[in-house]
Design a binder for this molecule. Structure first.
Ligand code: FMN
Length: 148
């Protein structure tokens, strides 16, 4: 029997928007044939990054463009920069406009030298933005087949 490739979706969500994006990713990756583990940042036991073909990290943005402390703690916990990290997040342009919109996504993508542009969703992904999430993950899976 051929075992499925494993992917991890680690996310932080206070009011549910980033969780909704994580759930769309989960469904899509499931459909693509991956074995998907969900990790609630700051709540679940540590994971082993080496176990995963792709690691998706999701965060909202806080406090004038800041990355939440729980996500910074996760970065320390991972302890190195895996080459297979893709970043997604939610934000709200009402908190500082385009300049601060989803800044945590930009910061993390840069930190990890992620080969993929980060996914930025305005508030809830429900409706038209759902397709944006699906297209983004399709792009991640196509970008570099050598990970798979
Ligand atoms: C106090 C506060 C500050 C915020 N600051 C920003 C910000 O600087 N940039 C941004 O894009 N969104 C900002 N937001 C919006 C949240 O990132 C957005 O609502 C996000 O979807 C929340 O994610 P969650 O539902 O997964 O918790 C802020 C929200 C609050 C309540």
């Amino acid at each position: 029997m051929v075992s499925k490739l494993r992917v991890l979706i680690a996310y932080l969500s206070y009011s549910g928007n980033t969780k909704e994006v994580a759930e769309i990713l989960h469904r899509k990756l499931d459909e693509e044939g991956f074995s998907v583990d969900m990790h609630r940042i700051g709540a679940d036991a540590p994971f082993c990054p080496e176990d995963y073909t792709y690691i998706f990290i999701g965060t909202f943005t806080w406090d004038r463009g800041s990355t939440p402390d729980e996500v910074k703690d996760l970065v320390l916990e991972i302890g190195y920069k895996p080459a297979n990290i893709a970043i997604f997040g939610t934000g709200d342009t009402q908190f500082g406009g385009d300049h601060l919109f989803c800044r945590a996504v930009d910061r993390l993508s840069r930190f990890y030298h992620s080969p993929w542009d980060g996914l930025k969703i305005e508030q809830s992904p429900r409706g038209s933005q759902e397709r944006k999430v699906e297209k983004w993950v399709e792009g991640v899976l196509q970008h570099d087949k050598s990970f798979a």
